[in-house]
Design a protein around this ligand. Structure first.
Ligand code: ATP
Ligand code: MG
Length: 301
């Protein structure tokens, strides 16, 4: 029996988002004892219950008010919203609290490699296989032409090889699966990533609202820390400004004396961008030495 006094959060049980979702919660300091076969897991150190479900079920659980929070692809969320709108279902509301830094993908149209493709109008009257009929319809409605969608909830990429479809509309990240199936990507119709989504905040009791705020701050801290690097180096005193100029996205540095060498100073700074090898080579050319780029575990501004 679910307790009313605990926040309910739905994540994907197994699939592309499950490991990253679990890692994110762990990084936020939530201790969960996950059992493989179980639908529920209970956080030991915070009043949070985790529901482990298929990703397609998460938008509905949010919109119907069964759980307060979810981690899901924005693509799945938007498709469910459009499906509910189409069916005239009242409950369609949700709030994306935070875009997350995983589950990055795009919903794309793809055609067989040997198709002569000039533009999207080549797909007029085409039979298109997809798991996202509403997102596809929204895209084609703007182009004002007719197509024949049919829904496949898996193995969409084989539909054209099997002679079932002229084109497909499916999720792509690297494009390797399309290529392996003899397809080429021709139009991107939607870009997506995972997100933290909540019910309409007006319906949430105050203590849960405060817990969501706390969790959100921690999630933002985890993302910020993952994007940021701690940089330490020794720089020639007279080249200091040039050295700082190379480290874009960095906050103003701390500059310390280097004991026993007055010509150099020690520089510590946090950079919100990855420091590439090319930048390190340029720093070295300016006379910098002992250049260290370190990951940041946690961050709160
Ligand atoms: P479930 O069994 O939970 O229904 P699924 O097979 O529908 O899982 P997955 O393939 O695990 O879903 O994908 C989950 C989400 O991961 C997608 O909805 C999308 O947001 C994201 N994703 C990122 N890259 C890709 C990709 N290359 N192909 C498919 N999904 C991707
Ligand atoms: Mg699914």
């Amino acid at each position: 029996m679910l307790s009313k006094n605990r926040l309910r959060l739905a994540i994907q049980k197994s699939g592309r988002l499950s490991r990253d979702s679990q890692n994110l919660l762990k990084k936020c300091g939530i201790k969960i004892n996950l059992q493989k076969s179980s639908l529920m897991a209970f956080a030991e150190n915070m009043p949070i219950d985790i529901m482990l479900v298929r990703d397609d079920d998460i938008p509905g659980l949010i919109m119907d008010g069964v759980v307060e929070l979810g981690i899901v692809g924005i693509n799945v969320l938007e498709e469910e919203k459009l499906a509910r709108k189409f069916l005239g279902t009242a409950a369609q509301s949700y709030k994306i609290l935070q875009n997350l830094d995983f589950g990055l993908c795009r919903l794309s149209l793809a055609v067989p490699m040997d198709t002569e493709y000039l533009n999207v109008f080549c797909l007029k009257n085409a039979r298109i296989a997809t798991s996202y009929p509403h997102l596809l319809k929204k895209y084609f409605d703007k182009k004002v032409f007719f197509f024949k969608p049919f829904v496949l909830n898996g193995s969409v990429e084989v539909a054209s090889n099997a002679g079932l479809a002229d084109a497909i509309c499916d999720l792509v990240s690297t494009g390797a699966t399309l290529e392996a199936n003899g397809l080429k990507e021709v139009e991107v119709i939607y870009r997506s990533s995972a997100c933290l989504v909540s019910q309409n905040m007006n319906n949430i009791p105050l203590f849960k609202y405060q817990l969501i705020k706390k969790l959100l701050t921690r999630i933002q801290g985890v993302i910020k820390a993952r994007e940021s690097k701690y940089i330490m180096l020794h720089a020639p005193r007279e080249k200091l400004e040039k050295v700082i100029g190379l480290l874009k996205g960095a906050e103003r540095p701390t500059v310390l004396e280097l004991v026993g060498d007055n010509s150099k100073v020690v520089l510590h700074m946090v950079s919100s961008e990855t420091v590439f090898w090319e930048t390190m080579e340029k720093l070295k050319k300016l006379g910098a030495s002992s250049i260290l780029v370190l990951p940041i575990e946690k961050m709160m501004e």
